[in-house]
Design a protein around this ligand. Sequence first.
Ligand SMILES: [Zn+2]
Length: 89
Amino acid sequence: MIRAILYLIAAVLLISVLRSVIGIILRGFAELLHPSPSAAARPSSQPSGGELKKDPVCGTFIAAATSIQKKVGGQTYYFCSPECRDKFK
Ligand SMILES: [Zn+2]
């Protein structure tokens, strides 16, 4: 009878240890697949001092630093994507 109780306690301990180990492993995988928001939030706060330029094709405003630029006849045009730049021709 005492043996049965000991087995039960051992089983409960084993299960709780396994659960915590699996939890740690799963959390590690989740962080690999979905990087923590603090790291992902950093790029969004980039060049706030950048000038905003208007895409002449679709009308979107983009930061000059991150836009695609094309010089036509001495004037520089700013595009949001290569597709818009190609459409401008
Ligand atoms: Zn565009």
